[in-house]
Design a binder for this molecule. Structure first.
Ligand code: ADP
Ligand code: MG
Length: 247
């Protein structure tokens, strides 16, 4: 049985004074699903992700998480904590140590035990008192992942989370995010411009073109997946072809 987690219908999204960025997008995510959004720069991926995060509710349509409206003006605290977001840059507060960054939720207190357990899970046990400037790019992104998981989200949104990392770190963090999402029971919606990454991680890949979903590709491969599986290469080629067609 599948459970509908995210139900998005963006009939139209335009920025003030700007042209229409998204039109007639329907996006539904089942609990436990991993979905990628790919598409050329500027086609509206981050805009769609911000709507799914409840960070932008100025659009025509609806955004529901487990049947409840998302959006800054309407959300309850419970709906906010049900979504975790990781951006391309770690976006840590430079003056707060790692533990405070992970536990930061606007209140003074944080659950130190939970923070330490998460640090352990992202491979940074003992880094509670470190400052962001003492971390490598990969370590800082691990902290950002731990922070996104702190509230126990059912949906993790990632906007090009590995783009700024070297190839070795990227491979490790891809595996880590998949493992953590599964362990924490969170669904994943990942924006990426790496087609290889999209097919490796996802159950479905959505190709966004000029503000609408031009193509949907299902990746019917069991997990864990092997990076050199020829079926993945085939799917990546198919996606590449669709992308060229859309261009
Ligand atoms: N805050 C904003 N105000 C006005 N226009 C914006 C804003 N954010 C993004 N845009 C425009 O919306 C379009 C889609 O942007 P974005 O969603 O960031 O694309 P992507 O993430 O796919 O690169 C672009 O043309 C961009 O210039
Ligand atoms: Mg973007």
């Amino acid at each position: 049985m599948t459970t509908l987690l995210l139900d998005l219908h963006v009939r139209r999204k335009a920025y003030p004074g700007g042209r229409t960025v998204l039109t007639d997008i329907r996006l539904q995510l089942q609990a436990g699903e991993v979905v990628s959004l790919v598409g050329a720069s500027g086609c509206g991926k981050s805009t769609l992700l911000r709507i799914a995060a409840g960070l932008d509710d100025i659009f025509e349509g609806h955004a529901l998480l487990e049947g409840k409206p998302l959006g800054l003006r309407r959300v309850s605290r419970a709906t906010v904590s049900a979504v975790g977001v990781v951006f391309q840059e770690p976006r840590l507060f430079p003056w707060l140590d790692v533990a405070a960054n992970i536990g930061f939720d606007g209140s003074a207190e944080y659950d130190a035990k939970r923070v330490s357990a998460l640090l352990d899970e992202v491979g940074l046990a003992g880094y509670e008192r470190a400052l962001p400037k003492q971390l490598s790019g990969g370590q800082a992104q691990r902290v950002a992942i731990a922070r996104a998981l702190y509230t126990g989200p059912r949906l993790l949104l990632l906007d090009e989370p590995f783009s700024a990392l070297d190839a070795f770190t990227r491979v490790r963090l891809q595996d880590l995010v998949l493992e953590l999402a599964q362990r924490h029971g969170a669904s994943l919606l990942v924006v990426t411009h790496e087609l290889e990454e999209a097919v490796l991680l996802s159950d479905r890949v959505l190709l966004l073109d000029e503000g609408h979903i031009a193509r949907e590709l299902t990746v019917p491969l069991a997990r864990p997946r092997s990076r050199d599986d020829s079926a993945l290469t085939r799917l990546r080629r198919e996606l590449h072809g669709a992308l060229k067609q859309a261009a």
